[in-house]
Design a protein around this ligand. Structure first.
Ligand code: ADP
Length: 707
């Protein structure tokens, strides 16, 4: 058996194996069936050729010819199935018409004639080329770049396979070529088969790269062997040849593979470069950004532009860490807020791994633990999937952690490409991880910048307020003194009324000036631990003793002691503001209920103090402007109480929540992070806790001024 005969047998078996591999993996669709038929046709063709060459029986020559005629027909149907078109295909109809003519020609006694052979050659390669061109045109018209590249990839493989097969046909026509074409065209057939099975484009590239590199290496090895045999002699020196060839390959393997890899990557695999370019562009531009919103817009914009993802979203943790707010998104519609508690498992894994490909989790769950690439237990994987459900349409996305210095999750970037499965390769994930790191730096810088800006703004406001206070309070004092003197002299009913108006308004102006001073330049904070129960009770007793209100304040704090950290004087002021508002909402009568309790929000332990009145509740306008400085609906109000309280609580890492039902009442709830019970004896009367000086050293807190 000569080399060509052997190659035919070898290629025939290989083509049949490729056909079987496509059918055996997964549930075959129309394209897979057609591909299998095409491969079987090629396989049988090689086998028939082998039988013909081996035994020279004429019947095999006919058989071979019919199989060749069928080949482009199957290929055309396959191309149609890979990327179907809406209308009927003219090409298919033309090919169908030619089929009958060709079969008649190759079965006729004239089939050995040179002209008939040339016609068959033209028919096969003409149709094949037309099919590939039409596939390419349809692919290019697709709106999805991934589809475009996929089709381009298939066309390059198909054209390469055809070109190498042509080399074999040339041998049929009489040109003396070694049977290399057959082997190479089978390599491309294998790559085509894989591209039908694998949906993930990047994997395809890896696989094709590997196939090309291995083939090139195999041919190099064969070449070296060939040279050895020619130079050193025949089969007797086989041992020496093998050793020599092996050593040369060992030396050349790495540099050769690196060179080939780089070349192939440059030549066809530009897809991966898109994300790399996008990330490096984002990196450059982020260096100049200080604003968090702008950073989010920029990152999402760049990712959307590079078109490697169909949807993306960025969630940012809120100040208390109780939830994640949607910072921006493209593609799919996303929820505006996610609860931190429901994302707990995901956040924990994210802070450890930085990037999670949620699309692989479900698959991992289907595997036995030993086969899993992610080393998690089934329970962990299930919890993770449950967490991921919160992302709605992006529940199978790639999830990139934006981690703070303590590896806490500041934000979550989600990216998904719903056109392909496993859209992001390991390299892509690494790129995205680096983007997450950069984004974290920008976010932290932006927070710091905002804090500094706020401080500068308040310092300016404080200075202005101090000047204003000086300018306004002096004349106010004079007006008040004069009005009081007037009150002593004047006894007329009308003048008395006017004088009391003057006095009331002067007091109100004085309060406004005082509040502006507080808002602009609050007293420096002295941080310490505060026993919430003691603090609330003392505040209530001060209010109860005030003649201003007949309101009854009821207080309940079930459970053990509650501790928070912060400036007790400031917290006291915030509580007074809220309690006064509640009493005023009920015109100074009725019952205000105050309750303090523990609350947990995800990983956070919190303490809440709720203040419920049975007043009129909040109007729509009040609800919108509650915390806006100077918003007030009261004739004697300053509109600064809630604004000041909110600032105080924000500085303690807390917030105020508001709920209200018109005609039933309103509840203002102070939420603060819980603190540990302090060791040692309580030293402060108001707070029931210890007090630290601003520098952070523990000190006796006696002498706190009562309001
Ligand atoms: P002020 O009490 O001086 O008006 P605040 O900032 O404390 O300033 O309150 C702003 C406004 O919010 C009030 O004028 C009132 O309209 C509304 N408000 C506050 N607390 C309540 C409450 N418990 N019930 C109804 N409305 C309230």
């Amino acid at each position: 058996m000569d080399l060509r005969t052997q190659t035919s047998l070898f290629c025939g078996a290989l083509a049949l194996a490729i056909a079987a591999s496509v059918l055996l993996r997964g549930r075959p669709g129309r394209a897979q069936w057609l591909f299998a038929a095409f491969s079987v046709d090629i396989g049988l063709w090689y086998l028939a050729q082998w039988l013909y060459l081996d035994g020279r029986a004429q019947v095999w020559a006919h058989f071979t010819a019919v199989l060749v005629v069928l080949m482009p027909q199957l290929a055309l149907h396959l191309f149609e199935a890979i990327f179907p078109r809406p209308g009927p295909s003219v090409l298919l109809r033309v090919a169908g018409g030619l089929l009958a003519v060709m079969v008649v020609l190759v079965m006729s006694p004239l089939h050995e004639h040179g002209l008939v052979r040339a016609a068959v050659l033209l028919y096969v390669f003409g149709l094949f080329a037309a099919g590939l061109l039409s596939l390419l045109r349809r692919g290019e018209s697709s709106r999805s770049r991934v589809t475009q590249r996929r089709v381009r990839f298939l066309v390059v493989c198909g054209a390469s396979a055809a070109t190498f097969s042509l080399a074999d046909f040339l041998w049929f026509v009489g040109a003396p070529l070694p049977p290399v074409g057959a082997v190479l065209s089978l390599v491309f057939l294998f790559v085509l088969a894989e591209s039908l099975i694998r949906a993930r484009l990047v994997d395809l590239y890896d696989m094709a790269g590997l196939a090309f590199v291995s083939t090139a290496l195999a041919f190099s090895l064969a070449g070296i062997f060939y040279l050895c045999v020619v130079i050193l002699g025949g089969f007797q020196t086989m041992y020496l040849n093998a050793v020599l060839g092996g050593i040369i390959m060992l030396i050349l393997f790495d540099p050769l593979r690196a060179k080939l890899d780089a070349y192939i990557n440059r030549a066809i695999f530009f897809e991966r470069a898109d994300l790399e370019r996008a990330v490096s562009r984002a990196r450059q531009e982020l260096a100049r950004v200080l604003d968090a919103d702008e950073a989010i817009r920029l990152v999402l914009g760049v990712l959307e532009d590079c078109r490697r993802a169909t949807s993306g979203a960025l969630f940012l943790r809120d100040s208390l860490g109780a939830g994640f707010e949607l910072g921006g998104a493209f593609g799919a519609e996303m929820p505006v807020r996610l609860d931190a508690a429901s994302l707990r498992t995901l956040a924990e894994l994210l802070s450890e791994r930085r990037v999670l490909d949620l699309s692989t989790i479900e698959k991992q769950l289907g595997l036995v633990p030993e086969d899993r690439t992610e080393r998690y237990s089934s329970n962990e994987l299930e919890l993770l999937l449950l967490s991921a459900e919160n992302f709605g349409p992006l529940r199978r996305a790639v999830c990139v952690g934006v981690l703070g210095e303590q590896k806490d999750v500041l934000g979550i970037l989600l990216l998904e490409d719903d056109r392909v499965e496993d859209a992001f390769s390991a390299d892509d994930l690494q790129l995205l991880e680096s983007l997450g790191v950069l984004l974290a730096t920008v976010l932290e810088n932006s927070r710091q910048h905002l804090r500094l800006q706020e401080r500068a703004r308040l310092a300016a406001l404080g200075q202005m307020a101090a000047g204003l206070a000086h300018e306004v309070r002096n004349p106010l004092g004079a007006i008040k003194g004069a009005a009081q003197l007037l009150a002593d002299f004047e006894r007329g009913e009308h003048s008395m009324e006017f004088v009391s108006i003057i006095l009331e308004e002067v007091d109100r102006l004085d309060r406004v000036v005082g509040s502006v001073l507080d808002y602009g330049r609050p007293a420096p904070a002295s941080i310490g631990t505060i026993n919430v129960r003691t603090m609330v009770e003392r505040t209530l007793s001060i209010l109860r003793s005030s003649v201003e209100y007949q309101t009854r304040f009821e207080f309940s704090a079930p459970g053990g002691e509650l501790w928070v950290r912060g400036d007790p004087e400031h917290l006291h002021q915030a509580l007074i503001n809220l309690l006064r508002n509640a009493a005023q909402a009920m015109d100074g009568s009725g019952v205000v209920s105050v309750a303090a309790r523990k609350r947990s929000d995800g990983l956070l332990h919190l303490v809440e103090i709720s203040i419920t009145d049975r007043g009129p509740g909040l109007s729509e306008q009040a609800r919108r402007s509650l915390f806006v400085p100077f918003f007030t609906t009261k004739s004697g109000g300053t509109g600064l109480g809630l604004a000041i309280s909110q600032r105080i609580l924000a500085a303690m890492g807390g917030r105020i929540e508001v709920s209200s039902v018109a005609g039933v009442g309103a509840t203002f709830t102070v939420v603060l992070p819980a603190a540990d019970e302090p060791a040692g004896r309580p030293v402060n009367e108001l707070t029931g806790g210890t007090l630290l000086t601003p520098e952070g050293t523990r000190a006796d807190a006696g002498g706190l001024a009562t309001p």
